[in-house]
Design a binder for this molecule. Structure first.
Ligand code: SF4
Length: 354
């Protein structure tokens, strides 16, 4: 393992999306020099380091131009990628920003909706977010960058997602984007069921409830199953569900220097260790050998056992198979954490004589 990608949460995020798979974390600017120190910590162990100063909102810091140069300069024997991402928050506040994206050759920026105005604002956690997304769409098109509309669907907002599709048609987004030789994409999905989206399990969309007009736009529709179908399919699966890096690892650095793999949400159970507190040799060993408590637990239980303990054979909620397995594994890890906490509380109660 000679290469690693490191994404550090150096500035945070203006949004608090209710589907955020990473989980909500406080915004805290990391101290000056943190970027160099993080890269220097990993340098003796990896020949190639791709460094990103963001893992939530890209370009959230005011000096995003200098920041991008610095990320490139800090990366070792490689260059960080741009992906099809940008900050809609910044797009509508800083006229220079779209020009910056254009200069970098960004051809498409993904924008995320949850329905119409009130619902999107509520799910993004900011009043005005929906109007900003529409304004960002216009700015991108004016600059011949294709907006890609992603919509998260659940039982509460499914009819509004139909309205959103109609809005994209009435705004003639497809035709306007095709006019500069690109293509407009609208797609719908329920997302994985981890991080904040895990809390939306009670209103997760059921199989058979997706409005017919949205089915052609549903991501990997044929690979989505009702929870009860997955319970049936997986109830004899004698293998464990162990997330694993086939290729070079991507490591997330939280703003308190906790490290995580990019397998699932950034919750305590998944912590690799802390870059300030644990020896770097030990952290690199854990990364290389995937030796962390969550993965040890994952190796010790089969999918069949997870299904029998945490699956709901009556449920029609829609999942892709991999997402469902990680949902079950996180249910198990959560349960173990709860048991551990209640044991600790009982021990504390005994010590204080309660
Ligand atoms: S989903 Fe992205 S934009 Fe939304 S809160 Fe999470 S990191 Fe921020």
């Amino acid at each position: 393992m000679k290469s690693i990608a490191i994404a550090a949460d150096m500035y945070g995020c203006p949004n608090r999306c209710r589907h955020c798979w990473l989980s909500h974390m406080p915004n805290r600017k990391m101290e000056d020099g943190a970027d160099q120190w993080i890269v220097d910590s990993f340098k003796p162990f990896f020949e190639q380091i791709e460094f990103y100063s963001w893992l939530r909102e890209p370009d959230y810091c005011d000096d995003y131009r200098a920041r991008w140069e610095r990320d490139k300069q800090l990366s070792v024997n490689t260059t960080p990628q741009r992906f099809e991402l940008g900050s809609f928050w910044r797009l509508v506040r800083d006229p220079e920003y779209v020009r910056f994206l254009k200069e970098l050759g960004v051809r498409c920026v993904q924008l995320t909706f949850f329905g119409l105005r009130e619902t999107t604002d509520r799910y993004i956690g900011r009043k005005g977010a929906f109007d900003e997304l529409l304004r960002a769409t216009e700015l991108l098109i004016e600059n011949e960058i294709s907006p890609r509309w992603q919509a998260f669907i659940n039982r509460e907002n499914k009819d509004e997602i139909v309205e959103l599709l109609r809005l994209s048609v009435s705004l003639k987004l497809k035709e306007r984007v095709e006019a500069f030789g690109s293509s407009f994409r609208f797609f719908v999905h329920a997302g994985s069921c981890e991080g904040e989206n895990r809390k939306l399990y009670p209103i997760r969309i059921n199989k058979g409830e997706i409005p017919a007009v949205l089915i052609p736009y549903y991501l990997n529709y044929v690979e989505n199953y009702a929870e009860k179908e997955l319970c049936e399919k997986l109830r004899h699966d004698s293998l464990p569900m162990v997330p694993h890096n086939d290729q070079n690892p991507v490591i997330y650095v939280a703003n308190d220097y906790d490290l995580f793999f990019n397998f699932t949400h950034m919750r305590k159970e998944w912590r690799i260790g802390n870059l300030k507190e644990d020896p770097i040799e030990e952290l690199v060993r854990r990364i290389r050998t995937e030796d962390i408590p969550a993965l040890k637990i994952a190796r010790s239980i089969t999918v069949a056992e997870l299904v029998s303990r945490y699956g709901n054979p009556e449920s029609n909620r829609l999942f892709e198979e991999q997402d469902y397995k990680i949902f079950l594994l996180n249910s198990h890890l959560e349960k173990l954490s709860e048991s551990e906490r209640s044991l600790q509380n009982r021990a504390k109660g005994r010590e204080s004589g309660q």
